[in-house]
Design a protein around this ligand. Sequence first.
Ligand SMILES: [Zn+2]
Length: 268
Amino acid sequence: MYKVWIDAGHGGKDPGAVANGIQEKDIALKVSLDIKKRLEAQYEDVQVLLSRSTDIFLELKDRTNKANAAGADILVSIHCNAGGGKGGFESFRYTSASQNSIKLQDALHRSIMAKLGGIDRGQKAQNLHMVRESKMPAVLTENLFVDVIADADRLNLASVINAIIDGHVQGVATYLGLTKKKKEDKPVTLRDINVVSAWAEASWEEVTANGYFDGKRPGETITREEAAVVMNRLRKNFLKLIADVDGDIKELDERLQEIEGKKRTYQS
Ligand SMILES: [Zn+2]
């Protein structure tokens, strides 16, 4: 079971970059939660652990301490960029990153760019806390610029957020060599309506022999009018039975009608 640590940047009192009505912390959280959902739903043997799953503030050292203590196999820190310019996507590894960190960056950067499109600002190395203090291969992604109008417009599109999420999911899966879950092909076993279920066999035989049902299509659904016919057969037989034991059938019918709250003439 692989452990993937997804770190949603910023949170709580630290909104990260804010511009054009977008807060970096919100995009980071949404993307992170959905990466977890999709990775675990689509791939076998992978567990996604999160620095935060709500809008709370965390110090950087708390994030890397938790990921290191959990023994995560990889760490990906999710951010949005700011600083103007033309916008686009870029990713960061540590300045003296391990070979595996570089491989992880390769896999993530490629798959995110493939899904996201637009300006590729490149695979970069920088002395950032999240990639320096993580003991496992670690990459930080900067997913478009909140202060570049064209990027902000894109970040407001569900399709673009989806591309960012899927790009991360695909990149992690490629790096770890995850196996896709087989779709559960539930065999469609349509019942034969002409064959009575084992549990109903005895009753079906009896009601057929007694003339309430015709013995055909035991598995078919019943209509209201069919139910009415059966109920009425049963009702009349009960009246006859009681009349045989105790007096006049019309009188019994009238008494039953009183109980039923309706009046009509008995028809045999
Ligand atoms: Zn950030």
